[in-house]
Write a protein that binds this ligand. Structure first.
Ligand SMILES: Cc1cc2nc3c(=O)[nH]c(=O)nc-3n(C[C@H](O)[C@H](O)[C@H](O)COP(=O)(O)O)c2cc1C
Length: 301
């Protein structure tokens, strides 16, 4: 199947920040069995990340504040990418920054490297030039980063939306109008966990991002809303833990899915979910995953 110009072996993609640079999973699963994988977010310069604890398990979910730790785009191209070229599974580079120029500079470096299928822009980052407001929280600010990246990139650009907004449709439409080839959603929800004895946050950095099965119903709602609003493909993310979860996102209108937190309790979750989805489709006598996309039955208004 082809989604936004990316040739996927199946609709299940490993989500950014939960699959390292891909190479860490080489000995755990067959990378060739994945639809694609998205590497950890890449920035202009290396980032050391936030103080520990960085993860806290919650009811049916997890809060993280890793702080976008990464080796930086130059070291990624030099040290990580060569090993990934041994696979023909598409590698999607997740890109972030704190100013429009940061995103452009990271993409510029990646443009000179072979072995990348697409870019995914993580726009859930504070724009330090605009008082720290997130790029993803305002349609005009979102367009201001998507447009220049789209102009300089020769590869497909996926815009990854944040769920921390009142309405997702204006942001989905702004990304599409600015030239996005696809949307992916959702990123994590801003969340807080408190230790009642010490009265301190359980995460070193205070607040973090909630992910995992706890967010799945909200993710499904937002994917359905975004998919109805735009014509470009939508990639569904949020709490997917089994093949039937993936099928629900396809029915909501997603053309493919990303799996994140599930890899923390089952490192083979991505390939397992791809297999389970295949079995589900066979049991339902559905020939191809594409036949399920957007097949959500209407309900009375
Ligand atoms: C530990 C951790 C690190 C993450 N890092 C990134 C990142 O670098 N860039 C990004 O776009 N999303 C990042 N995410 C968000 C996930 O890719 C995904 O959108 C989110 O967790 C929801 O999916 P899930 O419920 O399947 O985990 C991270 C999530 C987790 C749990």
């Amino acid at each position: 199947m082809v989604v936004a110009g990316i040739r996927l072996r199946n609709p299940v993609i490993a989500a950014s920040g939960t699959f390292g640079y891909g190479v860490e999973f080489e000995r755990i699963l067959d990378l060739q069995q994945l639809g694609a994988f998205v590497v950890k977010g890449l920035s202009r310069e290396p980032i050391r990340g936030n103080p520990p604890p960085r993860l806290w398990e919650t009811t049916e979910g997890m809060i993280n504040s890793v702080g976008l730790q990464n080796v930086g785009v130059t070291a990624f191209v030099r040290d990580k990418l060569p090993a990934l070229r041994r696979y023909d599974t598409p590698v999607i580079a997740n890109v972030f920054g704190y100013a429009v120029e940061d995103y452009c500079e990271v993409v510029r470096v990646l443009e000179n490297a072979e072995g990348i299928a697409a870019y995914e822009l993580n726009v859930s980052c504070p724009n330090t030039r605009c008082g720290g407001m997130q790029f993803s929280s305002d349609p005009a600010m979102l367009a201001s980063v998507v447009e220049p990246v789209r102009k300089l990139a020769r590869r497909p650009v996926i815009v990854k939306l944040s769920p921390n907004v009142d309405r997702i449709e204006p942001l989905a439409l702004a990304a599409e109008a600015a030239g996005a080839d696809a949307l992916s959603l959702i990123n994590t929800f801003v969340a807080l966990s408190i230790d009642p004895v010490s009265r301190a946050p359980r995460i070193g950095n205070g607040m973090g991002g909630l992910s995992g099965p706890a967010i799945k119903p909200i993710a499904l709602r937002m994917v359905a809303q975004a998919a109805r609003a735009v014509r470009i493909p939508v990639i569904g993310i949020g709490g997917i833990a089994c093949g039937e979860d993936a099928a629900e996102f396809l029915i909501a209108g997603a053309s493919a899915v990303e799996v994140g937190t599930a890899s923390f309790w089952d490192p083979r979750a991505t390939v397992r979910i791809a297999r389970e989805l295949e079995r589900f489709l066979a049991a339902q006598r559905i020939a191809r995953a594409a036949d399920l996309i957007g097949k959500l039955k209407p309900w009375p208004a």
